[in-house]
Design a binder for this molecule. Sequence first.
Ligand SMILES: *Cc1c(COP(=O)(O)O)cnc(C)c1O
Length: 384
Amino acid sequence: MNLKPASLAAQALGWIDDKTRAVTPPIHVSSTYIRDPDNQFRSGRAYVRDHNPAFEQAESLISTLEGGAHCALFASGMAAATAVFQALAPGDHVLAPKVMYWSLRKWLLSFATHWGLQVELIDMADPSALRTALRPGRTKLVWVETPANPLWDITDIAAAAQLAHGVGARLAVDSTVATPLLTRPIEHGADLVMHSATKYLNGHSDLTAGALITREADDFWQRIRAIRVDLGGTLGSFEAWLLTRGLRTLHVRVERACRSAQAIAEHFEHHPRVAAVLYPGLPAFAGHAVAKRQMQGGFGGMLSIRVNGGDRGGEAAAIATAAHVALWKRATSLGGTESLLEHRASIEGAGTPVPPDLLRLSVGLEDAGDLIADLEQALARAQS
Ligand SMILES: *Cc1c(COP(=O)(O)O)cnc(C)c1O
């Protein structure tokens, strides 16, 4: 049966425990496994860092949803992302976006560069910028994030894959914001997909986890898996179990977040207190046409607004708006049931491409009308 994502997710692939007939899995916490009397490991398991059964259900569900060959869970999104770069060799040239998840950008420009990678940041929303920056024989990886934090720039994955493959480079996509329900990067030509499972995949702001999905189990994938085991960035058993539980409602949560985000974006698009709304679901947004092609069922639960400041300036007005919200919560992160709002520029500091009047919004599962009303009153108080 060719089941739709909702059917796959709701039952976590229809798994039933062989021994007890339970419909939810047990939590395996053992760190080690019995060796057979003749010194073999017929169970296929020796030690938890390599062979934790707690990973298997979430890994197969995520890899099925993404249409990949395999998935590997990590202790965080950062552990997953950095494993991809560490599977390269010092001297390799890599291209990444100027607009991307801030901590990874910082790591690329500090640790990864110090370690010997030739990191170049480009405008990844512009395929001609990518074409120009690719160095045949030298560029080994193109890293894309779409929609990209927190300006929601859209990269055409199919175009990027074609360009990257043309010079023998791999394409990896941070698809945290899109989730496998809205975009399946491997179908568009990507070689690797990365998720901060801390966000939508788990969806309840109660764990950190990362996931990598590969198109094929090639040598590069084996290096990534070895890095997980050797560097030890493995997920805990409780977290893996919670992640599977969160994944079962992914489709319902994402559908709702998309619908509310679209309504909030449309409400504030021509609002007198708002200078701009950045959301791929708005036809006036620069990346809308590409987003429409490669996202199905919605444009995600993330948007940003630029606050009108009048004489006081947009930065002060944005910070004051954040101070006055009641239902929205002032906090970093995204993809949980509760709606979050954050002034990104003051977090990212020098070198950020984020304008100072910008607030990033992660739309949760509250009533969309309540979220709009709360933002309305906060904008009014901030600007009075
Ligand atoms: C949060 C996030 C990460 C990092 O994930 P952690 O789980 O916090 O380590 C990477 N990319 C994006 C787009 C994110 O939102």
